[in-house]
Write a protein of this length. Structure first.
Length: 80
């Protein structure tokens, strides 16, 4: 899976398999086949979002309402 996260991230948060730790938010892929917890804090988000595949990066941008710098904005919705 191209959108798989680093092994330290918690996955499956959208279907009750996991609960995100305090300070992290559940980011869900558009088709609900994948979710993972990640921080929306600017210092963490800036580093972690670049590691995501396109679908999860878009989900993270829209969920956290942050731009993911140094990555392609396919349209205006991709950049917060």
């Amino acid at each position: 899976e191209a959108d798989a996260p680093a092994s330290s991230m918690l996955t499956g948060c959208h279907n009750g398999t996991a609960t995100c730790p305090e300070g992290e938010t559940c980011v869900v892929k558009y088709d609900k086949t994948w979710s993972q917890c990640m921080s929306c804090a600017s210092s963490v988000f800036a580093k972690e979002c670049q590691k995501l595949g396109d679908y999860m990066r878009y989900a993270a941008v829209t969920t956290c309402k942050r731009s993911c710098y140094d990555t392609k904005c396919y349209n205006q919705a991709w950049c917060a």
